[in-house]
Design a protein around this ligand. Structure first.
Ligand code: GMT
Length: 367
């Protein structure tokens, strides 16, 4: 098949899922065309059957806001026509599904161009509910030829919040278990906690610093904070105020997460909301035990007490107790790490999930 993929190209789960999906599809023989305002960060452009088309948003003094949605729609239509795309697959509803809808209409008289919308989280739980976006988001989701969500939780929320009556299919996120795997050798040092996010308030990175302070009262440990965003400097300041700055390293944005993760032992994911929690899945594939919050779709991935722990949002005491238990008992930690890896391999590896997207595309084309 010839598939056009649109996503946010910057750091963020939806863009990562879309990019990894596109590359896996190309490996399976499909021709994949990424259409976005910048090259997605994890994209290997030299890969066979992978193409990248940049969206150019021309500015004019009248425009207080650049009309990206229109420029994207026009680019989608021109790429679809020129490369004879079979369908578009857009990740994150706003504004991508609106652009796809426009592109489909632009080509209507000449060719069929169905589009699949994959919903990732805040497009439904947060941004999509803003009064200025609600109706158009609902409209473009309903107009999609197929709708998928990355968890059952998000599936239910989508139907509740937007009253969508069309079928919504859950296709869980996936991980490449060959690339994301436990370390053969780990760099020496104390037990290492890691947090990976875009440091937005919803990820609650400050909780990681609070957890570390409590953990250090009982055992030795260090914390790697990976990523960047509005909460990074508040987190750095907090580390200083709590007297744990020496035990925390802020690594900023990192491209090769698969090389960093296996150097850690425990992932901290204290998010307020998480439609799925891709960081937890990538960690589990590397045998890193997640200590996460019981929110959104995380429980579809992490089974509390078996392959990780789930505690209440903001309950840094309980999260710290779990971490102390894991640090203190290396054997139990090892067993949980093995279970975490097993969960990733048996339920969420690319070989299981990518065929579900292929089946969805085929259904769309045959409809
Ligand atoms: O976080 C967002 O605002 C959107 C999105 C992103 O681009 O990072 O994250 C969502 O998509 C990920 C990939 O499907 C999920 O793993 C995240 O749980 C989800 N984030 C939220 O629901 C907050």
């Amino acid at each position: 098949m010839k598939i056009g993929i649109t996503c946010y190209p910057t750091y963020g789960g939806s863009g990562i899922v879309a990019t990894e999906l596109g590359m896996e599809l190309a490996l399976r023989g499909h021709e994949v065309h990424f259409i976005s305002y910048a090259q997605p960060i994890r994209l290997s452009p030299a890969m066979e059957r992978v193409h990248y088309h940049e969206v150019d948003v021309a500015m004019y003094p009248l425009f207080a806001y650049p009309p990206y949605t229109l420029a994207l729609a026009a680019r989608m239509a021109s790429v679809a026509e020129r490369y004879e795309l079979d369908l578009l697959h857009v990740h994150y509803a706003i504004p991508h599904s609106v652009s796809a809808l426009l592109a489909r209409q632009m080509l209507e008289s000449r060719r069929r161009l169905p589009f699949v919308t994959t919903l990732h989280g805040t497009d439904i739980t947060l941004v999509g509910q803003e009064p200025s976006y609600f109706e158009i988001t609902k409209f473009s989701i309903e107009a999609s030829d197929a709708i998928t969500t990355v968890s059952d939780y998000l599936n239910v929320r989508t139907r509740e919040v937007f009253g969508i009556t069309k079928p919504v299919r859950t296709i869980h996120n996936f991980v490449n278990c060959e690339l994301y795997r436990p370390a053969e050798a780990r760099t020496p040092g104390p037990v290492r906690l890691i947090h990976i996010s875009n440091f937005r308030p919803v990820k609650r990175p400050l909780d990681c610093v609070h957890v570390l302070r409590r953990v250090l009262a009982d055992v030795e440990a260090e914390l790697w904070m990976v990523g960047d965003g509005p909460e990074r400097y508040p987190a750095e300041r907090l580390a200083g105020e709590l007297g744990v700055a020496r035990q925390v390293r802020f690594l900023g944005k990192q491209d090769n997460i698969e090389r960093l993760l296996p150097q850690a032992d425990i992932l901290l994911l204290p998010s307020e909301h998480e439609a799925f929690g891709l960081a937890a899945l990538e960690a589990m594939a590397c045998g890193v035990v997640p200590v996460a919050t019981r929110t959104g779709g995380i429980a579809e991935l992490v089974t509390d007490g078996a392959d990780g722990y789930l505690e209440g949002v903001g309950d840094v005491e309980a999260q710290a107790r779990r971490v102390v238990g894991l640090v203190a008992d290396a054997v139990a930690r090892g067993k949980m790490a093995e279970s975490a890896r097993r969960t990733a391999v048996t339920r969420f590896c690319t070989d299981r999930i990518i065929p579900m997207y292929e089946a969805q595309y085929r259904e769309c084309l045959e409809a």
